[in-house]
Ligand binder design. Structure first.
Ligand SMILES: [Fe+2]
Ligand SMILES: [Fe+2]
Length: 355
Protein backbone atom coordinates (compact mmCIF):
# COMPACT_ATOMS: atom_id res chain seq x y z
CA UNK A 1 0.00 0.00 0.00
CA UNK A 2 1.28 3.46 -0.84
CA UNK A 3 1.51 5.94 2.02
CA UNK A 4 3.35 9.05 3.18
CA UNK A 5 6.90 8.34 4.38
CA UNK A 6 7.76 9.09 8.00
CA UNK A 7 11.46 10.01 8.47
CA UNK A 8 12.68 11.53 11.70
CA UNK A 9 16.29 12.62 11.19
CA UNK A 10 18.64 13.86 13.89
CA UNK A 11 18.35 17.65 14.22
CA UNK A 12 22.09 18.14 13.76
CA UNK A 13 22.05 16.17 10.50
CA UNK A 14 19.17 18.30 9.22
CA UNK A 15 20.89 21.56 10.20
CA UNK A 16 24.14 20.44 8.58
CA UNK A 17 22.20 19.55 5.42
CA UNK A 18 20.51 22.99 5.35
CA UNK A 19 23.86 24.78 5.85
CA UNK A 20 25.36 22.81 2.98
CA UNK A 21 22.42 23.69 0.74
CA UNK A 22 22.67 27.35 1.73
CA UNK A 23 26.35 27.45 0.78
CA UNK A 24 25.32 26.16 -2.66
CA UNK A 25 22.52 28.74 -3.02
CA UNK A 26 19.87 26.07 -2.68
CA UNK A 27 17.00 26.05 -0.19
CA UNK A 28 14.58 23.43 1.11
CA UNK A 29 11.06 24.58 0.25
CA UNK A 30 9.54 22.97 3.38
CA UNK A 31 11.60 25.24 5.67
CA UNK A 32 10.35 28.42 4.05
CA UNK A 33 6.90 28.49 5.62
CA UNK A 34 5.72 29.08 2.07
CA UNK A 35 2.87 27.61 0.17
CA UNK A 36 0.73 30.49 1.40
CA UNK A 37 -2.59 30.28 3.17
CA UNK A 38 -5.84 29.08 1.62
CA UNK A 39 -6.46 32.56 0.20
CA UNK A 40 -4.47 35.72 -0.56
CA UNK A 41 -3.65 38.21 2.17
CA UNK A 42 -2.29 41.53 0.92
CA UNK A 43 0.49 43.31 2.78
CA UNK A 44 -1.29 46.53 1.82
CA UNK A 45 -3.73 47.81 4.44
CA UNK A 46 -6.95 49.80 4.04
CA UNK A 47 -5.99 53.48 4.22
CA UNK A 48 -7.36 56.93 3.46
CA UNK A 49 -5.36 60.08 2.69
CA UNK A 50 -7.34 63.23 3.38
CA UNK A 51 -7.06 66.09 0.90
CA UNK A 52 -6.89 68.59 3.75
CA UNK A 53 -3.57 66.98 4.77
CA UNK A 54 -2.21 66.25 1.30
CA UNK A 55 -2.90 69.54 -0.48
CA UNK A 56 -0.83 71.82 1.79
CA UNK A 57 2.14 69.43 1.46
CA UNK A 58 1.85 69.46 -2.33
CA UNK A 59 1.87 73.27 -2.31
CA UNK A 60 4.81 73.23 0.12
CA UNK A 61 6.67 70.89 -2.25
CA UNK A 62 6.09 73.45 -5.00
CA UNK A 63 7.77 76.10 -2.81
CA UNK A 64 10.78 73.93 -2.02
CA UNK A 65 11.47 72.06 -5.26
CA UNK A 66 11.38 73.16 -8.91
CA UNK A 67 10.54 71.06 -11.94
CA UNK A 68 14.21 71.53 -12.85
CA UNK A 69 15.12 69.74 -9.58
CA UNK A 70 12.38 67.12 -9.72
CA UNK A 71 11.50 65.95 -13.21
CA UNK A 72 8.10 65.14 -11.74
CA UNK A 73 7.09 66.96 -8.53
CA UNK A 74 5.08 64.12 -7.09
CA UNK A 75 4.09 63.08 -3.58
CA UNK A 76 3.65 59.34 -3.22
CA UNK A 77 0.69 58.18 -1.15
CA UNK A 78 2.52 55.33 0.55
CA UNK A 79 0.47 52.49 1.98
CA UNK A 80 1.82 51.91 5.52
CA UNK A 81 1.64 48.12 5.13
CA UNK A 82 3.73 47.76 2.00
CA UNK A 83 7.52 47.24 1.97
CA UNK A 84 7.74 49.70 -0.98
CA UNK A 85 6.07 53.06 -1.55
CA UNK A 86 2.81 52.62 -3.42
CA UNK A 87 -0.92 52.66 -2.73
CA UNK A 88 -1.46 48.96 -3.44
CA UNK A 89 0.76 46.05 -4.41
CA UNK A 90 0.44 46.87 -8.12
CA UNK A 91 -0.61 50.53 -8.32
CA UNK A 92 0.45 53.98 -7.31
CA UNK A 93 -1.91 56.82 -6.41
CA UNK A 94 0.36 59.87 -6.31
CA UNK A 95 -0.28 63.59 -6.26
CA UNK A 96 1.48 65.79 -8.81
CA UNK A 97 1.57 69.57 -8.71
CA UNK A 98 2.42 71.95 -11.57
CA UNK A 99 2.40 75.64 -10.71
CA UNK A 100 1.45 78.53 -13.04
CA UNK A 101 4.10 79.05 -15.71
CA UNK A 102 5.78 75.70 -15.11
CA UNK A 103 6.41 72.74 -17.37
CA UNK A 104 7.38 69.19 -16.50
CA UNK A 105 9.74 67.98 -19.24
CA UNK A 106 8.85 65.45 -21.93
CA UNK A 107 9.71 61.81 -21.38
CA UNK A 108 8.25 58.33 -21.83
CA UNK A 109 8.38 55.06 -19.94
CA UNK A 110 6.93 51.59 -20.08
CA UNK A 111 4.96 52.23 -16.90
CA UNK A 112 1.45 53.25 -17.95
CA UNK A 113 -0.12 56.26 -16.26
CA UNK A 114 -3.41 58.01 -15.84
CA UNK A 115 -4.14 61.48 -14.52
CA UNK A 116 -7.37 62.30 -12.74
CA UNK A 117 -7.46 66.06 -12.47
CA UNK A 118 -8.22 67.40 -8.99
CA UNK A 119 -7.60 71.15 -9.28
CA UNK A 120 -7.06 73.11 -12.47
CA UNK A 121 -8.19 76.21 -14.28
CA UNK A 122 -6.43 75.30 -17.52
CA UNK A 123 -3.13 73.66 -18.36
CA UNK A 124 -2.54 70.59 -20.44
CA UNK A 125 -0.57 67.43 -21.10
CA UNK A 126 0.95 66.75 -24.50
CA UNK A 127 0.68 63.03 -25.35
CA UNK A 128 2.55 61.92 -28.49
CA UNK A 129 2.17 65.44 -29.89
CA UNK A 130 -1.54 65.73 -28.99
CA UNK A 131 -2.46 68.57 -26.66
CA UNK A 132 -4.91 67.26 -24.06
CA UNK A 133 -6.72 69.75 -21.83
CA UNK A 134 -6.90 69.00 -18.11
CA UNK A 135 -9.91 70.18 -16.15
CA UNK A 136 -11.22 68.97 -12.77
CA UNK A 137 -12.59 65.43 -12.94
CA UNK A 138 -11.08 64.77 -16.40
CA UNK A 139 -9.26 61.49 -16.97
CA UNK A 140 -6.14 61.76 -19.13
CA UNK A 141 -4.16 58.69 -20.23
CA UNK A 142 -0.46 58.52 -20.97
CA UNK A 143 -0.18 54.82 -21.88
CA UNK A 144 2.93 52.63 -22.04
CA UNK A 145 5.77 54.31 -23.99
CA UNK A 146 3.80 57.40 -25.07
CA UNK A 147 5.70 60.70 -24.87
CA UNK A 148 4.23 63.11 -22.35
CA UNK A 149 4.97 66.50 -20.87
CA UNK A 150 2.84 68.73 -18.69
CA UNK A 151 2.36 72.51 -18.74
CA UNK A 152 0.42 75.00 -16.69
CA UNK A 153 -0.41 78.11 -18.73
CA UNK A 154 -3.14 79.18 -16.29
CA UNK A 155 -2.93 81.38 -13.19
CA UNK A 156 -3.80 78.67 -10.68
CA UNK A 157 -1.93 75.62 -9.38
CA UNK A 158 -2.74 72.32 -11.08
CA UNK A 159 -2.97 69.23 -8.93
CA UNK A 160 -3.86 65.78 -10.09
CA UNK A 161 -3.85 62.14 -9.12
CA UNK A 162 -1.19 60.10 -10.91
CA UNK A 163 -2.10 56.43 -11.16
CA UNK A 164 0.67 54.20 -12.45
CA UNK A 165 1.34 50.48 -12.71
CA UNK A 166 4.97 51.04 -11.65
CA UNK A 167 5.00 48.48 -8.78
CA UNK A 168 3.94 45.84 -11.30
CA UNK A 169 6.52 47.02 -13.84
CA UNK A 170 9.24 46.88 -11.16
CA UNK A 171 8.21 43.38 -10.14
CA UNK A 172 8.26 42.24 -13.79
CA UNK A 173 11.58 44.08 -14.32
CA UNK A 174 10.47 45.58 -17.61
CA UNK A 175 10.96 49.28 -16.87
CA UNK A 176 12.41 51.40 -19.69
CA UNK A 177 12.48 55.18 -19.78
CA UNK A 178 13.72 57.83 -22.16
CA UNK A 179 13.87 61.62 -22.29
CA UNK A 180 12.51 63.48 -25.30
CA UNK A 181 15.06 65.39 -27.40
CA UNK A 182 13.61 68.73 -26.30
CA UNK A 183 12.02 69.80 -23.01
CA UNK A 184 8.54 70.00 -24.50
CA UNK A 185 6.89 68.39 -27.53
CA UNK A 186 5.44 70.71 -30.12
CA UNK A 187 1.72 70.19 -29.83
CA UNK A 188 0.60 70.12 -33.47
CA UNK A 189 -2.46 71.91 -34.73
CA UNK A 190 -5.97 71.00 -33.75
CA UNK A 191 -7.20 70.58 -30.23
CA UNK A 192 -7.16 67.13 -28.71
CA UNK A 193 -7.31 64.94 -31.87
CA UNK A 194 -7.65 61.74 -29.83
CA UNK A 195 -10.94 63.11 -28.49
CA UNK A 196 -12.05 64.43 -31.88
CA UNK A 197 -11.59 60.95 -33.36
CA UNK A 198 -12.82 58.71 -30.56
CA UNK A 199 -14.53 60.89 -27.96
CA UNK A 200 -18.06 60.22 -29.19
CA UNK A 201 -17.85 56.60 -28.04
CA UNK A 202 -20.14 55.05 -30.63
CA UNK A 203 -18.47 56.74 -33.61
CA UNK A 204 -14.99 56.41 -35.03
CA UNK A 205 -13.14 57.81 -38.06
CA UNK A 206 -14.14 55.57 -40.96
CA UNK A 207 -11.14 56.21 -43.22
CA UNK A 208 -8.63 54.88 -40.71
CA UNK A 209 -8.25 51.26 -39.69
CA UNK A 210 -8.54 50.75 -35.95
CA UNK A 211 -5.29 51.28 -34.04
CA UNK A 212 -3.56 48.06 -33.08
CA UNK A 213 -2.09 49.20 -29.76
CA UNK A 214 -3.65 47.46 -26.77
CA UNK A 215 -4.29 50.76 -25.02
CA UNK A 216 -7.14 53.11 -25.78
CA UNK A 217 -6.66 55.57 -28.68
CA UNK A 218 -8.80 57.97 -26.64
CA UNK A 219 -6.59 59.80 -24.12
CA UNK A 220 -9.09 62.27 -22.72
CA UNK A 221 -12.35 61.45 -20.97
CA UNK A 222 -13.79 64.85 -19.96
CA UNK A 223 -15.69 64.98 -16.70
CA UNK A 224 -18.64 66.85 -18.19
CA UNK A 225 -19.31 63.83 -20.41
CA UNK A 226 -18.61 61.30 -17.63
CA UNK A 227 -20.95 62.95 -15.16
CA UNK A 228 -23.72 63.23 -17.71
CA UNK A 229 -23.38 59.52 -18.56
CA UNK A 230 -23.57 58.56 -14.86
CA UNK A 231 -26.65 60.69 -14.28
CA UNK A 232 -28.33 59.32 -17.39
CA UNK A 233 -27.74 55.77 -16.20
CA UNK A 234 -28.74 56.55 -12.59
CA UNK A 235 -32.19 57.55 -13.83
CA UNK A 236 -32.64 54.06 -15.29
CA UNK A 237 -32.61 52.65 -11.77
CA UNK A 238 -30.36 49.71 -12.50
CA UNK A 239 -27.02 49.45 -10.73
CA UNK A 240 -24.48 47.09 -9.23
CA UNK A 241 -25.38 45.95 -5.71
CA UNK A 242 -21.70 46.37 -4.76
CA UNK A 243 -20.84 49.61 -6.51
CA UNK A 244 -23.98 51.53 -7.35
CA UNK A 245 -24.02 53.09 -10.79
CA UNK A 246 -20.53 52.17 -11.93
CA UNK A 247 -19.11 52.61 -15.42
CA UNK A 248 -15.78 51.61 -16.90
CA UNK A 249 -13.71 53.95 -19.06
CA UNK A 250 -13.19 51.76 -22.09
CA UNK A 251 -10.97 51.52 -25.10
CA UNK A 252 -13.59 52.64 -27.68
CA UNK A 253 -12.14 50.34 -30.35
CA UNK A 254 -12.23 47.09 -28.38
CA UNK A 255 -14.68 47.82 -25.59
CA UNK A 256 -11.94 46.52 -23.26
CA UNK A 257 -10.03 48.31 -20.50
CA UNK A 258 -8.46 51.73 -21.08
CA UNK A 259 -5.00 50.23 -20.69
CA UNK A 260 -3.91 46.57 -20.50
CA UNK A 261 -2.50 46.94 -16.98
CA UNK A 262 -4.91 49.47 -15.44
CA UNK A 263 -8.70 49.48 -15.46
CA UNK A 264 -10.42 52.80 -14.78
CA UNK A 265 -13.88 53.16 -13.32
CA UNK A 266 -16.21 55.88 -12.11
CA UNK A 267 -19.25 55.31 -9.93
CA UNK A 268 -22.17 57.27 -8.62
CA UNK A 269 -23.59 56.45 -5.21
CA UNK A 270 -27.03 57.89 -4.72
CA UNK A 271 -27.77 59.92 -1.55
CA UNK A 272 -28.13 57.48 1.35
CA UNK A 273 -26.98 54.49 -0.72
CA UNK A 274 -25.19 51.75 1.21
CA UNK A 275 -23.82 49.02 -1.08
CA UNK A 276 -23.39 45.35 -0.38
CA UNK A 277 -19.89 44.13 0.48
CA UNK A 278 -17.76 42.04 -1.83
CA UNK A 279 -14.12 41.33 -2.48
CA UNK A 280 -11.98 40.50 -5.47
CA UNK A 281 -8.39 39.61 -6.16
CA UNK A 282 -7.86 42.97 -7.88
CA UNK A 283 -6.73 45.92 -5.77
CA UNK A 284 -7.90 49.49 -6.25
CA UNK A 285 -7.24 53.09 -5.34
CA UNK A 286 -10.24 55.43 -5.12
CA UNK A 287 -10.38 59.18 -5.53
CA UNK A 288 -13.47 61.05 -4.35
CA UNK A 289 -14.37 63.42 -7.18
CA UNK A 290 -17.27 64.77 -5.18
CA UNK A 291 -19.38 63.75 -2.23
CA UNK A 292 -19.31 62.68 1.37
CA UNK A 293 -19.41 59.24 2.89
CA UNK A 294 -17.37 56.28 4.02
CA UNK A 295 -16.26 52.85 2.93
CA UNK A 296 -15.79 49.84 5.15
CA UNK A 297 -12.68 47.98 4.03
CA UNK A 298 -11.68 44.77 5.78
CA UNK A 299 -13.82 45.84 8.75
CA UNK A 300 -12.27 49.32 8.98
CA UNK A 301 -14.34 52.42 8.41
CA UNK A 302 -12.62 54.94 6.11
CA UNK A 303 -14.42 58.28 6.16
CA UNK A 304 -14.01 60.30 3.00
CA UNK A 305 -15.04 63.55 1.42
CA UNK A 306 -14.24 65.60 -1.70
CA UNK A 307 -10.79 64.88 -3.17
CA UNK A 308 -9.70 62.27 -0.59
CA UNK A 309 -7.91 59.14 -1.78
CA UNK A 310 -8.31 55.69 -0.26
CA UNK A 311 -7.22 52.21 -1.18
CA UNK A 312 -8.77 48.77 -1.15
CA UNK A 313 -6.22 45.94 -1.03
CA UNK A 314 -6.87 42.79 -3.03
CA UNK A 315 -9.26 40.25 -1.50
CA UNK A 316 -10.39 42.70 1.21
CA UNK A 317 -14.16 42.99 1.70
CA UNK A 318 -15.46 46.48 1.00
CA UNK A 319 -18.74 48.36 0.85
CA UNK A 320 -19.44 52.03 0.17
CA UNK A 321 -21.84 54.46 1.82
CA UNK A 322 -22.98 57.88 0.65
CA UNK A 323 -23.92 59.83 3.79
CA UNK A 324 -24.51 63.10 1.94
CA UNK A 325 -27.64 64.46 0.31
CA UNK A 326 -25.96 64.80 -3.11
CA UNK A 327 -24.63 62.03 -5.36
CA UNK A 328 -21.13 60.87 -4.40
CA UNK A 329 -18.83 60.24 -7.35
CA UNK A 330 -15.79 58.02 -6.97
CA UNK A 331 -13.07 57.44 -9.51
CA UNK A 332 -11.04 54.25 -9.14
CA UNK A 333 -8.19 52.56 -10.90
CA UNK A 334 -7.50 48.87 -10.54
CA UNK A 335 -5.43 45.95 -11.77
CA UNK A 336 -8.53 44.09 -12.98
CA UNK A 337 -7.22 43.78 -16.58
CA UNK A 338 -4.04 42.11 -15.32
CA UNK A 339 -5.99 39.66 -13.16
CA UNK A 340 -8.42 38.86 -15.97
CA UNK A 341 -5.82 38.41 -18.68
CA UNK A 342 -3.90 35.99 -16.45
CA UNK A 343 -7.07 34.15 -15.44
CA UNK A 344 -6.57 35.19 -11.79
CA UNK A 345 -9.64 37.34 -11.28
CA UNK A 346 -11.95 36.06 -8.55
CA UNK A 347 -14.78 37.83 -6.87
CA UNK A 348 -16.99 36.92 -3.94
CA UNK A 349 -19.94 38.56 -2.21
CA UNK A 350 -19.85 38.88 1.59
CA UNK A 351 -21.86 35.97 3.01
CA UNK A 352 -23.77 38.31 5.36
CA UNK A 353 -24.37 40.97 2.71
CA UNK A 354 -22.44 43.60 4.62
CA UNK A 355 -19.56 43.57 7.09
FE1 LIG B 1 5.98 60.19 -16.82
FE1 LIG C 1 -15.16 46.23 -5.50
Amino acid sequence: MLKRSNIVAAEEDLQAFYRELDAQSIAALWTQGGGGGPEPRSKAVPFVWHWQDVRPQAIRAAELVGTEQAERRVLILANPGLPFRAATNTLTANIQVVMPGEIARAHRHTAAALRLIIESEGGYTVVNGHRIPMLPGDLVLTPNWTWHDHANDSNAPMLWLDGLDSPLIRMLECGFREEFETEAQSAGVGADPSFAKYGAGGLRPAWESAPTAQYSPLWHYPYTQTREALERLAVEGTASPFDGVIMEYTNPVTGGPAMPTIGCYVQLLRPGEHTQAHRHTSSAAFHVIEGLGYSVVDGQRLDWEDKDVFCVPGWAFHEHVNTGNQPAILFSHTDVPVMRSLDLYREAAHPAGRQ
